[in-house]
Design a protein around this ligand. Structure first.
Ligand code: SF4
Ligand code: MG
Length: 333
């Protein structure tokens, strides 16, 4: 598998009134060509900040404090903003949750797709228009000629998200980052958009990073999963590993579903307590105030990543006991 992105020990901090706080605390992961990595966790866990760090789109008070982000072997953390802008136009694309805010209400869909094509790909008007028609068809929009003349408010939410995906694909990106792309959509449309992203990934061989708080979305599209909590990666694994043998108590909490609740945020609230504030000082495991398995050690020492399989890691002291038991030949017997 060809590696596209390799993030190593990324720390991203913000200057706040309360001082400097870390929103991402030493995150490592990679994304290969043709695979979808889902980053999952509650809002505020650092998943969006992780992807904004990769894109070079951190807010003004944010900065990458340490660590490395390599894209196709090139270090991104030292690139100038102009170089990052070029990369975002040509190599890495991003789609967001609410397409209405990303589309300009006063311009037609056609104008908004065609202008960047002229600018970034240096196509003339006719070429750009036919590429726009092709892109809309590619994302399953019928009657693209008619759609190009319409304004964002004339389209449904699902249709607007398709337009955003078409725009994201305009420059043939190798890496697509989708941050909660279906959260604002109803369930049926959500499934269609996820299918679309999945089939485009196959068709175009893109790497995809999907940011979500919804384990249903993860089950639908992920090849690999990275679970974040309070700025830490707490568990990583293949989608099979995460769903069939979740090891971290937080992941187990995410998966414990509340019957008859469609709202994923409500499901997350099934875990008592809430995310700590960024500037809250917590010693030991950052999940320990909410963890049903917390032991003495948990409030004192921050656990390392324990390796369960070649892909499966859990940042939890419970794994230490499993390992000790393994060594004694007692576990899983
Ligand atoms: Fe719970 Fe301790 Fe594991 Fe943290 S290290 S998740 S507190 S058992
Ligand atoms: Mg977010």
């Amino acid at each position: 598998d060809e590696q596209l992105l390799n993030v190593n020990d990324l720390v991203t901090s913000f200057r706040t009134a309360a001082g400097k706080v870390s929103a991402v605390r030493g995150v490592s992961f990679s994304v290969n060509k043709g695979e979808t990595l889902c980053i999952v966790g509650e809002s505020g866990c650092g998943k969006s900040i992780t992807t904004l760090s990769v894109m070079g789109l951190l807010p003004a008070n944010g900065e990458i404090t340490s660590g490395s982000i390599q894209y196709k072997g090139e270090e991104l953390t030292t690139k100038k903003s102009e170089q990052m802008r070029r990369l975002r136009g040509n190599e890495i694309s991003m789609i967001f949750q609410e397409p209405m805010t990303a589309l300009n209400p006063v311009f037609t869909i056609g104008y908004q797709i065609i202008e960047p094509l002229k600018l970034h790909l240096r196509l003339n008007k006719k070429e750009a228009r036919s590429r726009a028609v092709e892109l809309l068809a590619q994302v399953g929009i019928s009657n693209p000629d008619k759609r190009l003349k319409q304004y964002p408010h004339e389209l449904s939410g699902g249709m607007r998200q398709r337009v955003m995906i078409a725009m994201a694909l305009a420059c043939n990106p190798s890496l697509l980052i989708a941050d909660e792309p279906t959260t604002a959509l109803d369930v049926t449309i959500q499934a269609q958009i996820l299918d679309l992203i999945d089939s485009l990934k196959e068709e175009l061989g893109m790497g995809v990073i999907m940011v979500t708080h919804d384990m249903g979305v993860v089950a639908e599209v992920a090849d690999r999963v990275m679970v974040m909590y309070a700025g830490d990666v707490v568990e990583t694994g293949t989608v099979e590993e995460i769903f069939s043998s979740p090891e971290h108590p937080y992941t187990q909490g995410l998966l414990a579903s509340v019957p008859n609740v469609d709202d994923a945020d409500a499901k997350l609230q099934a875990i008592p307590g809430s995310l700590p504030n960024l500037n809250e000082k917590i010693t030991g495991c950052r999940f320990h105030p909410r963890c049903p398995y917390a032991m003495e050690q948990c409030s004192q020492e921050d656990p390392p990543q324990f390796k369960i399989s070649s892909q499966h890691l859990s940042k939890c002291w419970l794994q230490q006991e499993v390992k000790v038991n393994d060594a004694k030949g007692r576990a899983y017997s």
